[in-house]
Design a protein around this ligand. Structure first.
Ligand code: BG6
Ligand code: MG
Length: 216
């Protein structure tokens, strides 16, 4: 049968989580806020606006909307500066074989990302044509763990939630998939992603028989 395979972007398909971190860290430093990789875990899967609020809360800073808007633009410009030269090498190990296998088996593939920069990243890495539907930060009003992004993707593909499978590296994203009654697959550390139905350290640990078991 046809299933919908919905992929998160940052930290699942491409290794861009590190660039988000660098850009946020630079801003935090300018604001005199200590921001560590541990703090950064809380930002994964979270919208840009909410991420800034979390950082400002960390530093106990109350800011005007004007300042916040300025910092959001600054962070995004820094983030984009890291993306200027990216290409297919940014795709994480094991991802392309899975995408091509799903295409081969006539399965439906969607993107379900919080990022407003999703499309240019898919274009630069040369994989945008593999997607039957793209839902990103420009399409949704409610950020993960709200399931809106995944619900929109399944709807676009005309597949039920129960026949949808979500790949996610963030806790918020796993929660969103579970709330939507979709099959959640965590990509990353088992301790962090324990709410997922299945967990793999990365895509190289996912074999053909596992994917087949999801399709049939
Ligand atoms: C998510 C990332 O995919 O997108 C977050 O995990 C990021 O770190 C969010 O903040 C929003 O991305 P962007 O590109 O719109 O700032
Ligand atoms: Mg992610």
């Amino acid at each position: 049968s046809k299933k919908a395979f919905i992929f998160d972007l940052d930290g699942v398909i491409v290794d861009t989580a590190k660039y988000h971190f660098l850009a946020w860290q630079k801003l935090a430093q300018e604001l005199g806020i200590e921001f560590t990789p541990e703090h950064n875990e809380e930002l994964k899967g979270v919208s840009r606006v909410r991420s800034l609020d979390i950082i400002l809360e960390l530093g106990g800073i109350q800011a005007s909307q004007e300042d916040k808007n300025k910092w959001l633009i600054q962070k995004n410009e820094d983030y984009l500066s890291y993306l200027v030269d990216i290409d297919e090498n940014e795709i994480l190990p094991g991802v392309l074989p899975v995408l091509h296998y799903l295409k081969d088996k006539n399965q439906l593939i969607a993107l379900g990302s919080a990022s407003k920069n999703a499309r240019p990243i898919l274009e630069k890495t040369g994989i945008i044509n593999l997607f039957d539907a793209i839902v990103d930060g420009n399409d949704v009003t409610n950020a993960k763990p709200d399931p809106e992004v995944f619900l929109q993707a399944a709807k676009k593909l005309n597949v039920t939630n129960e026949n949808s499978i979500v790949f996610e590296d963030s806790v918020a994203g796993i929660q969103a998939a579970n709330i939507a009654n979709m099959t959640s697959i965590g990509i990353g550390e088992a301790t962090t992603l324990h709410e997922a139905k299945y967990i793999f350290e990365d895509f190289t640990f996912i074999d053909v028989s596992f994917i087949e078991s999801l399709i049939y």
